[in-house]
Design a protein around this ligand. Structure first.
Ligand code: V47
Length: 366
């Protein structure tokens, strides 16, 4: 191994944060296997042989969205456009009922920025889920949505979050971060909250006691330096507030959107993104290989390159399938366990906040 990688291993073993220059070099370094082995060592020191997964379902109750992100294949600008939809709270209840299994522990909700809805719609949606499906932890609304609610309904981030928490909100998903650099945001998601706003929503959520997730969309027009800048900004907020539980690198999918001409990231880039994030984000406990986005095979291999989380059953994903994902729309618990075991890891079911879920065999098979 070369002396640069020796230093990275030493710093990693001593919990010394890697520098901006270290991160840039890691994104360019040709020895992916060596980088993966250092990331794997850190992953094993944090989580042993466990790979976490959960039993969840996704709800996207509207895809009508005022924002105009170039990479998005899911959103429709206005009601009435082909494929635009908005579920009423009753329709959302029915939608969940049809897919619900009493063993599930989480519903993940991400929507478009829909100008036609009232704030009460979101409160009613959460309250309905809490009443009808009390076993589900509600992980809902990205920082982009929270910022939108704050501007549209004239409330501070704290007021928005406090009202949603009163209605049943349990944590925030990590979407909408994309790449923090202004240069990139102005080009690919110009009318979305800026980096400071995204981070401030999470800072506020952490202060209010919510756990949150964080993401990075890679593979569009960003440079390696802009990726490293993104990771370091997340790491800095984590050092201050400590509320991030998992980082999810999201690989750009290029079908059905206005960035179709860009090639999607390849398997090697995906594994490098997992390994470098594990190394740069020493203070964020988990790194998720989201199988819907990476495909099952790469998400499995990622368990040997720094990831310790596979996400969950998901049960009907839309954002990535409208952007060309060829992975299934759901995986059974048995399939997830099999894939994890084949990677030589021990599948461990978790809930949204990473507590281990114990089940007897009969319940797990139900
Ligand atoms: O915010 C949208 C991204 C995110 C594309 O918190 C795209 O555990 C690639 O955030 N190519 C939504 N990425 C998904 C998300 C998520 C998923 C799973 C788990 C968690 C978690 C969060 O997907 C968006 C955007 O960053 N996205 N379109 C695309 N074409």
């Amino acid at each position: 191994m070369d002396s640069f990688l020796d230093q990275i291993r030493e710093k990693t073993r001593s919990s010394i944060p890697l520098s901006f220059e270290d991160g840039c070099k890691l994104f360019e370094h040709r020895d992916l296997l060596a980088i993966g082995s250092i990331a794997n060592e850190l992953r094993e020191s944090l989580h042993g042989n466990a790979t976490y997964y959960n039993w969840n379902l996704h709800l996207n109750s509207t895809n009508v969205c005022e924002a105009d992100c170039l990479f998005c294949s899911f959103a429709r600008l206005e009601m009435g456009m082909p494929q635009a939809y908005t579920m009423s709270v009753d329709q959302a209840r029915e939608w969940i009922s049809k897919r619900y299994n009493p063993g599930m522990t989480e519903v993940h909700i991400v929507n478009g920025l829909n100008p036609n809805l009232t704030f009460e719609y979101y409160e009613d949606l959460l309250a309905m889920i809490r009443k009808e499906f009390p076993a589900l932890h509600i992980k809902a609304f990205t920082a982009v949505e929270i910022h939108y609610f704050s501007e549209k309904y004239g409330m501070s981030y704290e007021q928005v979050l406090t009202r949603l928490m009163a209605a049943g909100l349990g944590s925030l998903p990590g979407g909408g971060a994309e790449i923090f650099a202004d240069r990139v945001r102005k080009k690919i998601c110009r009318d979305k909250v800026d980096a400071e706003g995204w981070l401030e929503v999470h800072r506020t959520a952490h202060r209010l006691g919510l756990r949150t997730n964080c993401t990075m969309l890679y593979g569009t027009i960003e440079t390696p330096a802009e990726r490293v800048d993104h990771l370091i900004r997340l790491r800095d907020l984590q050092a201050e507030s400590g509320g991030f539980q998992v980082f999810v690198p999201l690989a750009f999918h290029n079908e059905g959107n206005r960035m179709e001409r860009l090639p999607a990231p390849t398997g090697v880039e995906d594994l490098r993104a997992i390994a470098v994030s594990r190394l740069m984000l020493h203070n964020i406990p988990h790194i998720k290989a989201y199988w819907i986005m990476l495909g099952i095979k790469t998400a499995q291999t990622a368990q040997l390159f720094g990831s310790d989380d596979f996400d969950g059953t998901v049960t009907e994903e839309k954002v990535y399938h409208m952007a060309g994902s060829h992975s299934p729309q759901a995986l059974s618990i048995e399939d997830i366990k099999h894939v994890i075991r084949q990677a030589g890891r021990e599948p461990v079911e978790r809930n949204t906040v990473y507590q281990v879920v114990e089940r007897n065999q009969a319940a797990a098979a139900a």
